[in-house]
Design a protein around this ligand. Structure first.
Ligand code: 5AD
Ligand code: SF4
Length: 443
């Protein structure tokens, strides 16, 4: 028997890429590849890339440059670029970096095995089609190997919203939802492999409208209720949502579906109506706040998370102040904030840019406020009882680490008699910078 070939995959960007990397690794597994943690001993290196901000895209080129020595030592080494940079700049990558053997976009990676075979014969291959066929239908059923208790599952891809700053509608294409029966089967397979928690993924996951079990289009809430019936599945999450697609049935599910966790990532991007309009967000600060109010009425302990962009073209100090005001009003448990990054081909790229030093200063001020809120909410967990799904051993002897319902990382001493994948009740005893410490209540 020949030794397995080794595959090194490096994943950038969002959780969707994490899911895609797993599927790519599984597809290449059929070609005899097993994953390795080091690029040095790989037979194939695959960078699964992100194009959302300029820095993310530039990282790809600098990383590729670093593989030059490896390729000289091992001329058979294959180097591939996948993901959104591949989609947006495939030709450019091939031109700028001759080391690259194959380029594959996010909608065509089911063709990776054939592409790998061609690359093995010395042909360079590029596939950034948006093919007619659905990659999920073409990919083989997932293997049975045991895996960690928490998994991502892509249920929807693409975006039709066209926010003025965003490349996603161009790199991932139009909104497409997977049918409920396929998602159900994949969930059952994951549960058999040890999964207890799934996070349903989509660029606009709450706009989900896949074919339901009765042949009609189902909403995300209907999908969640179907998954709620799966024995052995304990927790359901979903991300990322648009405020305009928070329908009544989804808000209600937050109130009465026990497996749906009290955590919601609901990006607003900015607090000024003028800027929201220029961003083409199709909602106002007030309509966002009303959605938040309704969700909190259904589930008062829900922890909210958000995304923010500062320094969007034409943003004034007054506009920025409106973002700070909105943050004060909402109180976020976690948040991601970014300085606006010009993306070629998007409408905002043509507009008057904010002075970079001013944008840096706004980012610093916003992050100071968000960090303070995050810490206050985390500290308020002390003394409370939470459920923890254990994911791995901690750094200290006897300690295990898991996530609470609210997605806080929780360390528990003297818990190593519990198996990974156990869901236990824990009392929170202290809060440190980025995690909580707790004690087991029952098993
Ligand atoms: N510049 C900065 N941040 C951006 N995002 C999307 N596009 C850009 C851009 N051009 C942020 C948004 C989005 C998150 C995934 O990335 O906040 O919600
Ligand atoms: Fe990008 Fe807006 Fe679509 Fe989100 S909703 S993926 S920010 S275009």
């Amino acid at each position: 028997m020949t030794a397995p070939k080794k595959l090194f995959i490096k994943t950038y960007g969002c959780q969707m890429n994490v899911y895609d990397s797993e599927r790519m690794s599984e597809a290449l597994g059929e070609q005899g590849y097993v994953e390795t943690k080091s690029a040095d001993d790989a037979d194939m290196i695959l960078l699964n890339t992100c194009h959302i901000r300029e820095k993310a895209a530039e990282k790809v080129y600098s990383e590729l440059g670093r593989f030059k020595g490896l390729k000289t030592k091992k001329p058979d080494l294959k180097i591939g670029v996948a993901g959104c940079v591949a989609q947006a700049e495939g030709q450019e990558i091939m031109r700028r970096q001759p080391l690259v053997d194959l380029v594959v976009g996010p909608q065509s990676y089911h063709r990776l095995p054939e592409m790998e075979a061609k690359a093995g014969q010395g042909t360079k291959v590029l596939d950034t089609d948006f093919p007619e066929e659905d990659k999920f239908e073409k990919l083989k059923r997932r293997p049975k190997a045991k895996r960690g208790p928490s998994a991502f599952l892509t249920v929807q891809e693409g975006c039709d919203k066209f926010c003025a700053f965003c490349v996603v509608p161009y790199t991932r294409g139009a909104e497409v939802s997977r049918p409920v029966d396929r998602i159900l089967r994949e969930t059952q397979d994951l549960v058999e492999r040890g999964v207890r928690e799934i996070t349903l993924l989509g660029q606009n996951v709450n706009a989900y409208h896949g074919e339901g079990l009765d042949g009609n289009d189902w909403t995300l809430a209907q999908l969640i209720w179907e998954l709620d019936k799966v024995d052995g599945l304990e927790r359901i999450r979903f991300t990322t949502s648009h405020p305009n697609d928070m329908q009544d049935d989804l808000i209600e599910a937050h109130g009465n579906c026990k497996k749906l966790m009290p955590y919601l990532h609901l990006p607003v991007q900015a607090g000024s109506d003028r800027i929201l309009k220029r961003m083409n967000r199709s909602h106002t600060a007030e309509s966002y706040l009303r959605v938040v109010e309704r969700i909190r009425a259904a589930r008062p302990d829900l922890l909210l998370s958000g995304d923010f962009i500062v320094g969007f073209p034409e943003e004034t100090e007054e506009d920025f102040q409106a973002t700070l005001d909105l943050v004060e009003e909402v109180r976020y448990g976690t948040a991601y904030s970014f300085k606006y990054s010009t993306r070629p081909g998007t409408p905002a790229a043509e507009r008057a840019q904010v002075d970079p030093a001013e944008a840096d200063d706004r980012l610093r001020r916003l992050q100071a406020l968000l960090t303070k809120q995050q810490r206050e909410i985390q500290d308020s967990m002390v003394g409370r009882e939470v459920g923890v799904l254990f994911e791995k051993e901690g750094r200290l002897p006897g300690q295990m680490v898991g996530k609470s319902e609210y997605l806080h990382s929780v360390h528990v001493a003297n818990s190593d008699h519990l198996e990974i994948g156990t869901l236990a009740r824990v009392r929170i005893v202290s809060s440190v910078t980025n995690s909580l410490a707790g004690e087991l209540i029952s098993e």
